[in-house]
Ligand binder design. Structure first.
Ligand code: SF4
Ligand code: FES
Length: 257
């Protein structure tokens, strides 16, 4: 078995952009003595420490849980949203996936609907706007109901859970040539449409969320399937087909316009 070096020296080509109006540019930064056991974000922490010692502006990037569950982190690494490892967010990506001497290009998620705030930080509040239009159910749930009160076939429950795994990171948008948000929206529509609790508002939900997605400036699905490929939670495009069915059904039969 090939023995890994304990540390690596890397050249980072990092996108630096002071604010939304700045043109932005790539900057070369040397990342020295990077442990192979670090996560990608820990590597950026180390580089930022070094930049602080040198009195330079640190690289701005988003993060929170660092466990692949909050959806806050995200960047395009060597042309791939969330980097080279499949089904992995950059907070869970380890530096052993790279080699000593590598040059790594790091850019923000790029899409008209995701404005760059600074460096690698983009504004994903358009996702919040979409959720606010219908990504919920309007019931007073009261106390915790008995788990068996509404029997749901296991296969359906599994499908709903798979859709609910979407963490709202936006990699699907960054990977899509049309910057479409359909994988994200379809996951949010599906997780509720599949369950009886989500059915009463299903038509309204599909119409409103799709309308808001368009209003926010996301593109249309172009069937490239890059979204599915880039998704760290392996959300399937089957959800897009389900959302389209929900949308067309609602367009014909719902009083909501
Ligand atoms: S569908 Fe996947 S890539 Fe898109 S926001 Fe959800 S988790 Fe991220
Ligand atoms: S920091 Fe939460 S998913 Fe990466």
């Amino acid at each position: 078995m090939k023995k890994l070096p304990k540390t690596m020296n890397l050249t980072l080509k990092v996108w630096r952009q002071k604010g939304p109006k700045d043109k932005g540019h790539f900057e070369s930064i040397l990342a020295k003595n990077i442990s192979v056991h670090m996560s990608f974000l820990e590597m950026l922490d180390t580089v930022n420490e070094q930049l602080t010692f040198e009195g330079k502006d640190t690289i701005a990037f988003d993060n929170d849980c660092r466990e692949g569950i909050c959806g806050m982190c995200g960047a395009v690494i060597n042309g791939r949203a969330h980097g080279p490892e499949k089904a992995t967010t950059i907070c869970q990506l380890h530096m052993r996936k790279f080699s000593d001497g590598d040059t790594i290009a790091i850019e923000p998620f790029r899409a008209k609907a995701f404005k760059v705030v600074k460096d690698l930080v983009v504004d994903r509040s358009n996702f919040d706007k979409i959720i606010q239009t219908g990504g919920y159910i309007s019931v007073n749930t009261g106390g915790a109901p008995d788990a068996n009160a509404i029997p749901i076939p296991q296969e359906i429950a599994e499908k709903a859970m798979d859709a609910a795994a979407c963490i709202g990171c936006g990699a699907c948008v960054a990977a899509c040539p049309s910057a479409s948000a359909m994988l994200f929206v379809s996951a949010k529509v599906s997780q509720l449409a599949l369950l009886p609790q989500g059915r009463p508002e299903a038509a309204k939900r599909a119409l409103r969320m799709v309308k808001m997605m368009d209003a926010c400036g996301f593109g249309n699905c172009s069937n490239h399937r890059e979204c599915e490929n880039a998704c760290p939670k392996e959300i399937s495009i089957v959800n897009i087909a389900r959302m389209n069915r929900e949308f067309f059904k609602a367009s014909f039969f719902s009083s909501e316009k």
